[in-house]
Design a protein around this ligand. Structure first.
Ligand SMILES: *[C@@H]1O[C@H](CO)[C@@H](O)[C@H](O)[C@H]1NC(C)=O
Ligand SMILES: *[C@@H]1O[C@H](CO)[C@@H](O)[C@H](O)[C@H]1NC(C)=O
Length: 334
């Protein structure tokens, strides 16, 4: 988009180098795109048109003009906080070049950090006074309430900001979804202030699955989704022993014959050909616990008359006997 400073400089040197050839008639119309002139000196075709002291020279966009080559432009320039000026020519007289460079962290419009100005016939440096602006100014954001928008911003090449500036505003969080079989240890509100914590508890026999506490964040979101309260599961066996928490027991010996959410229950299944048992494990998930497909509930008669022959009581199959079933842990065909 904008011309590379080095290229621009080369361009300028080429043009000023043609000054001595000006009297032959040709003169570039413009030197710098930004250059603006209110008045131009008298135009000319050769030195004869200009009288004694003046010469017919190319004066930027004014073209061939009668100028006094010894006239100087202001130098040194007043010190600036955001830029440094340097002469590129031995003098500061007509057609001399001046470089204005922005200090680190500052840029000129268009993202350049160098501008070149030429000493015109009217004793003024060409172009507008270069204005260096801060390259990146991180907006400092400190809000008691909440920040709406991004807290980090970037100055783009066209001197605009990438994001709109953030604003401080009182922010509220909306009530989070309700937790079934649970309750919040706080007064229910229609909106919650930033920093407000909601603590959750589950009703008796329900297990908390998720955070025990959520916090209203400064952007109006909650720190996490509310938890779930998960139900216990009925052990789906009555006349067989099962393994719960590493202990083999009768289901009626377990409190309420139930296991908490997430608990594993291992069942005993009979080998299809041999008089031996293998195990299959199922997990309780939120009130759902199905026996594995291989599990067969003994009849009341079997249980009463031949308790020692129940599958859960006979000897375990040898590891070799178990080869026919792929994975006893997942034998429950959904
Ligand atoms: C709010 O901030 C949190 C943490 O910075 C973030 O994870 C969440 O996506 C933000 N929410 C919105 C709506 O911007
Ligand atoms: C249940 O079994 C799964 C899979 O082996 C295991 O990741 C989990 O920790 C077990 N749960 C309990 C309560 O032992």
């Amino acid at each position: 988009s904008s011309m590379d400073p080095a290229l621009l400089l080369l361009f300028l040197w080429t043009l000023t180098g043609t000054v001595s050839l000006q009297s032959s008639g040709s003169c570039p119309e413009r030197l710098l795109a930004e250059e603006r002139r209110r008045t131009c000196p008298r135009s000319c075709r050769s030195d004869q048109d200009c009288g004694n002291k003046r010469q017919c020279l190319c004066d930027g966009q004014c073209g061939l003009s009668c100028v006094v080559p010894g006239r100087t432009c202001p130098w040194p320039l007043p010190l600036s906080e955001d830029s440094e000026a340097r002469l590129l020519s031995p003098t500061h007289s007509f057609s001399a070049l001046l470089e204005v460079r922005c200090k680190p962290g500052f840029t000129l419009p268009g993202g350049l950090d160098v501008a070149v100005r030429r000493c015109q016939g009217d004793r003024q440096w060409s172009g507008d006074e270069p204005i260096c602006t801060a390259h990146v100014v991180p907006p400092s954001v400190s809000c008691r309430a909440g920040v709406v928008g991004t807290t980090e911003n970037f100055c783009q090449d066209d001197q605009s900001w990438q994001h709109p500036h953030p604003i401080c505003r009182t922010v509220f969080c909306q009530p989070p979804r309700e937790v079934e079989q649970g309750y919040v240890v706080a007064v229910q509100k229609t909106e919650y202030q930033v920093g407000f914590d909601i603590h959750y508890l589950c009703r008796k026999n329900y297990l908390l699955d998720g955070p025990q506490k959520i916090t209203c964040l400064s952007n109006g979101s909650w720190s996490a989704s509310p938890p779930h309260c998960r139900a216990r599961c009925v052990i789906p066996a009555e006349r067989s022993r099962v393994v719960i928490g590493g202990v083999k027991r009768w289901p009626f010996d377990v409190t309420d014959a139930m296991v908490p959410h997430g608990e594993n229950v291992t069942f005993y299944c009979k080998h299809p050909q041999k008089q031996c048992s293998f195990t299959a494990t199922q997990s309780c998930f939120d009130g759902n616990l199905r026996p594995p497909a291989c599990y067969l509930e003994p009849t009341w008669l079997q249980y009463k008359l031949f308790p020692h022959r129940l599958v859960s009581e006979i000897e375990a199959c040898d590891p070799g006997d178990a080869e026919w079933y792929p994975d006893s842990r997942s034998t429950d065909a959904a």
